[in-house]
Design a protein around this ligand. Sequence first.
Ligand SMILES: Cc1ncc(COP(=O)(O)O)c(C=O)c1O
Length: 288
Amino acid sequence: MPKRRGAYQPPYSKHSFLVHGKFLTSKWDFEHHVVPPISSSSTYRLESAQRGASGFCGYVDPEARARRRGEIFIYDRLDEPTRAMLEERLAFVEEGERCVTFATGMAAIAAALGVVLRAGDEVVAHHALYGCTYSLLTNWMPRMGVRARYADLTDPRRLERSIGRRTRAVLYETPVNPTLEVIDIAAVSGICRRRGVISIVDNTFATPFCQRPLALGADMVVHSLTKNICGFGTDMGGVVVGPRRLEPGGHPAGVRKRPPAVPEGLRRGALAQERLADPRLRAAVPGA
Ligand SMILES: Cc1ncc(COP(=O)(O)O)c(C=O)c1O
């Protein structure tokens, strides 16, 4: 698989990375913690004015930020240590360049659409969707001047016919909630690329352990972290993973939040998914 530019490539497997992580980052030192602490500070002390100056430069200069040089934590809404670690891990497992976590999956989906769409644009979605995503597209997006069209994306020819002059994004889940239909990510992504449309895949059901949409050509991946990826029923969360080119300028909105238990759930999730991927267990557990 080609190495994605900017994506962190640790020298060990995805599961090891999620379980043990990369505790020493350029921004914070978790090296001495077996389980990283959950940060609860709203602001952060900087050891010198120089450190602050170089860190602030990173906020205004995307080049410096891309090189991850001199990054600092200054204010919880912008970034904080536990969330930074969670985002780094999720970007790695989804093989994406940038990752932003949110309070819920719906906040993440709304943010992904908000980054891509403008008033007057259209979004094409698979005709079966998680109910609240359907509601977002039919009840909320029209208030922002965005119209949704629905098509059966299990047949890529129907997508081809549904993309119009104003179509800016295609959104679908695979497997679909609740029908469990499977959509061909590579085929849909190919059409979207050719037609200049951004494809967004909700990977909640499959998780990156089973399917990595970015590697199959999708532009963005969204998740409800509340479900399979860290499915112990202990927390809510959402995430958007995508390329640096789609990252909006300016500071992330207030809904951005680190789901407290998710980093720990991810560790256990990695192990649970590994077990589920074991064919002997799949054979033993009906429906697994
Ligand atoms: C496929 C899918 N996407 C998104 C969501 C929304 O996620 P959340 O409940 O974390 O907002 C759900 C919730 O069940 C879901 O099943």
